[in-house]
Every structure is written in C-alpha cells, then in structure tokens.
Design a protein around this ligand. Structure first.
Ligand code: ATP
Length: 353
C-alpha cells in the first residue's frame, strides 16, 4: 500500500498545456478521483502515472521513490480502460492470468491467485468463456480482476463504467469500492461523472483546463466548493452576483439584485468584495408566508414532478432560481400569486468572482 505524489507536474502537447503545475498526494489505500470536464487533463495525468507519457517538468513519486524515469512495465500499475481491452481470443481465465504468466510465476501460484481474483469479482463460474460471451458488466469485472491480480502498487481506472447502463453502473460503483478497500489498493479513478465520484470517493481532485481547482472529500467539494467552477461542475447551483456589505456574527451580509442575503464565506472575504452567491436548489424552501431572514418574494413560473422530487422555477426580481423539493407531499402550482423562498445563511455560499 504505497501513496502517489505528483510534484509540480506540467505536460504540453505542442501549444496545448494539458497539465499545469499539478501538485498533490494520494495516500496509500485511498480511492482517489480525478474529476473534470472533457479535455481538462485527467487521462493525461493517469497516463503519466502509468508511465505512458513523461511529464515535461515535475516529478512523480511512489511512496518515497522517484519513479519519473521508471518505464511503464516496471511500475507495477494495473490499468482498467474504458473499453476494457480484453483479448477476444482468450478465455476469461487466460485474460486474468496473462500478467502472472508474463512474470513467470510458478504454476501453483498462478492457479491460486487466478482463483482468488475470479472469486473476488464473482466470476469463477465464467472462467472458460470468451469475452464476447459475457455481458458488459461481466467484462468489466474481468478487466478489474486482470488489473488487480498482479497486486499492483496502484490501480488506475479510466472511466471504467462508461459502457454500462445506469443500473449496472450503480452496482459496479459499489463493487469497485468494495474491491479497492478489501485489497487496500491505492486507486486513481478518472471520470467526468460527478455522481460516480461523490458516491464512492475517499477524496476528489476537481480539474479544469489542466489545473487542480480543489481537492477534498465528497462532502467538502459539494458543500464548500472553492469557486464557481467547482460549484457548477459538481451538482447544480443558482448563482447571484452581489457586493459584501459587512459581517453579522460570523456571517456576511451581501447586497444583491434579490435584496440583502446573509451567507457564509471563508477568511479571505472582506467588506466591499464582489462575490457570487451559490444557492443549491435543494437548500431553498418554498413557503406560503414570509420569514424575517433570507426570504425572497416571487412567483412560481415552472413546476416539474419526478416522483421522488419536484423541480420548481422561482422568479424573483427578474432572476430565475431553481428550487427542488424532495419527497413532495403536495405540489405548489404555477401561479401569479406571491410565494416565498427561504434559505438558511449556512446554505448561502460566498464565492470570489
Ligand atoms: P476526456 O474526458 O474527454 O477523456 P480528459 O480530461 O481526459 O478528457 P486529456 O485526454 O487528458 O483530457 O486531454 C487534455 C488536453 O490535451 C486536451 O486538450 C487534449 O486535446 C490534449 N491531448 C491529449 N492527448 C494528446 C495527444 N496525444 N496529442 C495532442 N494533444 C493531446
């Protein structure tokens, strides 16, 4: 169980800066996600980790050891690709045992490790099938077993669930977490799917244009996004521009087009700053009557019912806010009548513009 360190890593492809001064540490045994939109540099970082690309500057560490110049086949990483990349002419057992045979391990050891790997991904009954005789989820398990059987120092997963349907994706997420924790694997997992990252990560690095925007646990990233990019990319949010008037207890009063709202900001905020307020739709409550703090008057101009949740469009001083209500007992209807939206100061987040 070894940690991975990126020490000021930069990588360019011609004029494109794919990674810029990436600097962080993945702890041993951690399930760590690289999350970000298409083209932000996630796969490039994973490939640098695997040894398929060399950084232009910066270094890579496995534990205390500088592995920047160590070739891919000596790094002992196990990789699972989006396409699984199983060998079509080989059986499940041969696919999984391939890496062990390359290492020229004794037959008895190969047999033992193969059985163990197949049992751990629950594929022992399929050992003699070929990949084209398996479902997408089963192929995915074989790819995982193949990567894990060599006891990698680091398991690398590149969008491993993108070919699966929604239900199987949910199941396999939990399965991947179970396997990583059971085998205490240091795992780096690339995805652009925020739900995948929030649901199983120990920590997440959110990337944008080759840079790390924020690193934190799922709840830190969701509840305390550092900037507008993170708040927008991870979950949904309403953004309202404003100017900080001053502090009240440990909260800030902000003048906005919707009126004065009281919110929460970090130590860098000062009176006079221009900020964005981030208001999560699920943190806003609709009410029939006004309350004294953070209460907005407006009209409902859109209602969509999804069963477990209702989505509303709330119009206040010409600004449309998204509001969601979980487990709605009854629906509020579109109407010209005034209705109120209320949000707690701890759910109004001040972000620097
Ligand atoms: P996606 O989610 O779409 O796979 P990503 O976040 O993994 O995207 P990368 O594949 O790492 O992004 O690409 C980062 C940037 O580097 C992009 O602008 C991409 O076009 C560029 N890039 C990646 N690989 C190469 C390459 N081999 N040659 C030239 N440019 C490349």
């Amino acid at each position: 169980m070894v940690g991975v360190g990126f020490d000021h890593v930069t990588k360019r492809f011609g004029q494109v800066v794919a990674l810029q001064d990436v600097h962080f540490q993945v702890e041993g045994g951690e399930l760590f996600f690289l999350l970000g939109p298409s083209g932000c540099g996630k796969t490039t970082l994973l490939r640098i980790l695997a040894g398929f690309y060399a950084p232009d500057s910066g270094r890579l560490f496995f534990g205390e050891r500088d592995v920047t110049a160590v070739p891919a086949h000596r790094r002992q990483t196990g990789m699972v690709f989006q396409s699984y990349a199983l060998w079509p002419h080989m059986t499940v057992a041969d696919n999984v045992a391939f890496g062990l045979r390359q290492k020229k391990l004794p037959r008895s050891v190969i047999r033992e490790r193969l059985d163990e790997a197949l049992i751990s991904v629950r594929m022992e009954q399929y050992a003699h099938r070929k990949p084209n005789e398996l479902s997408g989820g089963q192929q995915q398990r074989v790819a995982l077993a193949r990567a894990m059987v060599i006891r990698p120092r680091c398991l690398l997963l590149d969008e491993p669930l993108s070919n699966l349907d929604a239900q199987l994706r949910n199941e396999m997420r939990l399965e991947i977490r179970r396997l990583c924790k059971e085998h205490q694997l240091t795992t780096v997992y690339v995805t652009h799917d925020q739900k995948e990252a929030l649901s199983i990560a120990d920590r997440i690095a959110v990337f944008s244009r080759g840079r790390v925007e924020q690193i934190g646990t799922p709840i830190e990233i969701y509840k305390m996004p550092r900037n507008r990019f993170v708040a927008q990319f991870v979950g949904e949010s309403n953004f309202v521009e404003g100017r900080v008037l001053g502090s009240e207890d440990d909260k800030w009063a902000v003048e906005t087009i919707l009126g004065i709202l009281v919110g929460t900001g970090d130590a860098t905020i000062a009176a006079g700053d221009r900020v964005y307020l981030s208001l999560r739709p699920e943190a806003i409550r609709l009410r029939g009557e006004s309350v004294d703090r953070n209460c907005l008057a407006g009209q409902l101009v859109g209602v969509t019912y999804f069963g477990e949740v209702a989505h509303y469009d709330f119009l206040c001083h010409g600004t449309r806010l998204k509001v969601s209500e979980l487990n709605p007992r009854h629906l509020h209807h579109r109407s010209d009548e005034t209705i109120y939206a209320n949000i707690r100061p701890e759910d109004v987040l001040l972000l620097k513009t």
